[in-house]
Design a protein around this ligand. Structure first.
Ligand SMILES: [Zn+2]
Length: 410
């Protein structure tokens, strides 16, 4: 084996399948017109077609190949649907076999959704043989009259359509190679399916480029196929969407297929629930602490805010600590003295001013250095009747309420 004549460059483009930013220079195809969806009407029109960049890179981690210069807007799917040639005898054999495979994994009276169904050629096979609910989605497809499935001339929206239809099977044949972000879409399916009460399977079929590596052929690389899956990159994609039940090849290895039972890891679902709780609690905290601050502002007590920039400024922003009600802001850092709190505008004063004019209440805005501030107050002889800090959505008393920022043992 001879060494490569030039070293592949390692570039920071995130892989649309696994997300790793370690792309290798793979194939510079120059500029070429649309190959499958241009439909020129004359030689002149064909020769004058717009050219688009074919800049294929490969992911070091999962082996996926993609056109990093692809722009979805450049492809006129709306004017011309993608016409799949389904008449070759070997190809028809593959379709018939896949129809049997599909029927074998469906329950009685199934619900099946095909995303990017075109004219519904594939979906008709199971629909004609088993009673059930069948839906074909394609914003550009044209369903034939009197079809045995319901045609929807629009994009499939996972978080809306999947819970509504609760399909047993979602089919995506020769669709993902056209996407800009295939993993993002498949993850949306997995997310929506994890909210369904029943198992949802996804059947995927894509052109497979395993043979490209052994034959060196270039014809697979055209603009309308920005994603070029090999077995490993398809496996990587499907692993992220749930449990792979089957991964195989058909049509002499030219297409790769996979069936995955959609779902997310339990830890992801727990995190999603926790994030929803945090979002809810953050809204509640703004209300609760806002009300506590309003009460302090009208209590007649002298309130001092300790901390004027960074996390302190964030605290003041979130809870509306305005300069009118809370004009006195001090900071431990003498370099910040004389500057102003971003957003709310209070002049940041030296904490030394508190020695002669002690406050009633100090609000420590930065929990992470609360213990240091309390020790600093003690050391500098700055007394306050009460020290407050934000904890679990409310202002609590540093000395009397439980919290994790206590002074270290003496
Ligand atoms: Zn990758």
């Amino acid at each position: 084996m001879s060494a490569p004549t030039s070293v592949s460059f390692f570039r920071l483009y995130p892989c649309p399948v696994c997300g790793v930013s370690a792309a290798l220079t793979f194939f510079d195809g120059g500029q070429a017109p649309l190959a499958a969806l241009g439909w020129p009407r004359s030689t002149e029109e064909a020769q004058a077609m717009a050219r688009y960049p074919l800049d294929f890179v490969q992911c070091t981690a999962c082996g996926h190949v993609w056109n990093r210069s692809f722009r979805y807007e450049a492809v006129p799917y709306r004017e011309h649907s993608n016409r799949m040639f389904n008449s070759g005898s070997l190809w028809r054999g593959h379709l018939a076999e896949l129809a049997e495979t599909t029927l074998a994994m469906l329950p009685q009276c199934p619900c099946v959704v095909e995303i990017g169904c075109g004219c519904g050629h594939f979906l008709q096979a199971p629909a004609l043989r088993r009673i059930g609910r069948y839906f074909g989605f394609d914003p550009n497809g044209q369903a034939q009259a009197q079809t045995c499935f319901q045609f929807e001339a629009r994009l499939f929206t996972p978080h809306e359509d999947l819970p509504r239809l609760a399909p047993d099977l979602i089919v995506m044949r020769h669709v993902l190679e056209h996407f800009t972000e295939p993993a993002a879409f498949v993850l949306q399916l997995a997310w929506a399916a994890s909210r369904c009460a029943k198992p949802v399977r996804l059947l995927v079929e894509v052109p497979c480029i395993d043979r490209v590596f052994s034959t060196g052929r270039l014809a697979d690389f055209f603009y309308e196929h920005p994603q070029q899956f090999g077995t490993e990159s398809l496996r990587t994609l499907l692993e992220r969407a749930g449990h792979i039940e089957r991964l195989w090849h058909a049509y002499d290895g030219e297409v790769a297929l996979g069936v995955v039972r959609l779902g997310l890891p339990a830890a992801w679902q727990e995190r999603a629930d926790a994030a929803a709780r945090f979002a809810q609690a953050s809204r509640q905290a703004k209300e609760t602490i806002g009300a506590q601050l309003a009460q302090l502002a009208t209590s007649g007590q002298r309130v001092v805010i300790w901390g004027g920039t960074g996390k302190a400024a964030a605290f003041m922003h979130y809870y509306g600590v305005d300069g009118e009600r809370f004009p006195c802001v001090v900071d431990s850092d003498s370099e910040k003295v004389g500057t102003y709190v971003p957003g709310t505008g209070q002049l940041i004063r030296s904490r030394d001013e508190l020695k002669a004019n002690p406050p009633d209440v100090v609000i420590i805005t930065t929990q992470w250095r609360a213990a240091d501030i309390v020790m600093e107050m003690r050391r500098e002889g700055i007394a306050a009747k009460q020290i407050l800090l934000e904890h679990q959505g409310r202002l609590i008393d540093f000395w009397h309420d439980p919290h994790p920022y206590a002074l270290p043992p003496m």
